[in-house]
Design a protein around this ligand. Structure first.
Ligand SMILES: Nc1ncnc2c1ncn2[C@@H]1O[C@H](COP(=O)(O)OP(=O)(O)OP(=O)(O)O)[C@@H](O)[C@H]1O
Ligand SMILES: [Mg+2]
Length: 169
């Protein structure tokens, strides 16, 4: 873990991003919030697909852009939200889903979640996906905020260890 508290990983393909996300999901607990940040098409949905697999979700995870939030069932429940349209954010907060996550034994993955940061409890994992010079490569930057994820930083670093090295070339 760098002193800044960021963990910087690299993935080489969409499946590699899914595999990385599946390892992160192993650490998930009821009530967790995962904010997915990054430009259009960087892999926020792909990350959620891998995360779902890591939670034991068998159902196919698709982009929820036109629906507010989609629920899935695995070892924990998964609520997949996409607040690209900001009125979705208001709907998410109106539904009170975030407050109920723990009672629902669920985790929330929120695409464009960084936009919601001001209105969310200050306890989440931010995953920022970024393009690199190579088409099928992404930089994946993890930032833990609040005590819940800070306590898991060491295990998180271990879980994503094989993606932490700088790519060759
Ligand atoms: N290393 C990689 N990780 C993730 N996706 C990758 C990678 N390399 C290429 N891709 C491609 O990038 C695209 C990512 O699409 P995805 O829908 O997951 O992005 P998104 O961030 O959810 O987009 P949106 O902002 O529209 O919701 C896919 O077409 C995928 O095949
Ligand atoms: Mg998406």
């Amino acid at each position: 873990m760098a002193p800044s508290g960021l963990l910087v990983a690299h993935t080489k393909s969409v499946d590699d991003t899914r595999a990385l996300a599946a390892e992160v999901a192993v650490l998930a607990r009821a009530g967790d919030i995962v904010l997915l940040a990054g430009d259009l098409g960087t892999g926020k949905t792909a990350f959620t697909q891998g995360f779902a697999r890591g939670l034991g979700v068998v159902e196919q995870v698709t982009s929820p852009t036109f629906t507010l939030v989609r629920p899935y069932r695995g070892r924990l429940g998964l609520l997949h939200a996409d607040i690209y349209r900001l009125d979705h954010l208001r709907e998410v907060s109106d539904l009170g889903l975030i407050e109920q996550l723990e009672d629902l034994a669920a985790v929330c993955c929120m695409e464009w979640g960084d936009l919601a940061e001001p209105v969310l409890p200050p306890d989440f994992l931010e995953v920022r996906l970024e393009y690199t010079d190579a088409d099928d490569e992404r930089r994946v930057v993890f930032r833990t905020v609040g005590t819940g994820w800070a306590a898991r930083r060491t295990v998180l670093a271990r879980a994503v260890d094989r993606w932490l090295a700088e790519p060759a070339g």
